[in-house]
Design a protein around this ligand. Structure first.
Ligand code: IPE
Ligand code: IPE
Ligand code: MG
Length: 247
């Protein structure tokens, strides 16, 4: 499935010419746990650990933007205990991140509607964003209760409201202006989208922003993803030819 089978030697990643923005669908936690006879929540805990490792590595190599899919608008369909466990891991991570922020200078942002989350978690998300607003290191965007179609509908609604109240004119709507109504306003589109776990679909992740992204799919389950896997994906990306419709 991976474009470079795992045993085959992958080309070296060129760290001087990184993509600006990498986005990752952190998938496969449940299957990782199942393989080990563990509860799905153990897979989420292992996945959270991988996220720590990969985000730190991305910062260390000088990546500008990392966007991760942590919880989708569709993931509420899961058993409440599982949702609870994911939210708990996120809370734990944010507490740690706040403690480390001044040193790491990582800027954190959230894409998604945070209002259905527990008030304590919402407050933590806002606090994280607030503290790191001025930082200039890697920007990590966490997609939380995020759905790409939901994002587009919300943007359309906000734009329509601006038109109705005289702040915007539909005749002057451009792709760029519409982009400013999205959660990702001000963030360049992802250059590379990685999906581990063997699934070859977007699952409602960044449909607007991925219009010209390069995709990298691998069978590796997210808890087994590593720095080496990230470098492999970057190397594969660096061998692609992006034409944007030109020649
Ligand atoms: C991704 O892993 C984590 C979330 C969707 C929150 P999954 O829990 O979807 O793992 P699989 O796909 O069942 O293996
Ligand atoms: C996508 O994974 C969402 C996240 C990784 C947060 P899912 O496991 O929810 O996607 P499907 O159900 O396989 O499409
Ligand atoms: Mg999944």
């Amino acid at each position: 499935m991976a474009l470079f089978p795992r045993r085959e030697k992958a080309p070296e990643a060129d760290l001087e010419h990184l993509p600006r923005h990498i986005a990752i669908i952190m998938d496969g936690n449940g299957r990782w746990a199942k393989q080990r006879g563990l509860p799905r929540t153990a897979g989420h805990a292992a996945g959270a650990e991988t996220f720590r490792t990969v985000a730190t590595f991305a910062k260390d190599i000088g990546l500008e933007y990392l966007t991760v899919y942590a919880f989708s608008t569709e993931n509420w369909k899961r058993p409440p205990e599982e949702v609870q466990a994911i939210m708990g891991l996120l809370e734990k991570y944010l507490h740690e991140a706040i403690g480390r922020m001044a040193r790491d200078r990582v800027k954190m942002a959230f894409f998604g509607d945070l209002t259905p989350l527990a008030p304590k978690l919402q407050a933590l998300c806002h606090e994280t964003e607030e503290i790191s607003r001025g930082y200039d290191g890697c920007q990590v965007n966490i997609c939380l209760n995020y759905g790409g179609r939901d994002e587009i509908v919300r943007a359309a609604r906000a734009f329509a409201l601006d038109c109705a109240e005289g702040r915007a004119d539909p005749n002057h709507l451009t792709e760029e202006r519409f982009g400013n109504y999205l959660y990702s306003a001000g963030v360049p589109d992802p250059d590379l989208i990685i999906r581990p776990s063997g699934e070859v679909r977007l699952s409602n992740f960044l449909p607007w922003q991925s219009a010209y992204a390069e995709f990298y799919f691998t069978d590796v389950l997210w808890p087994d993803f590593s720095k080496e896997e990230l470098l492999r994906a970057i190397a594969v990306y660096q061998h692609r030819s992006r034409r944007y419709g030109g020649v």
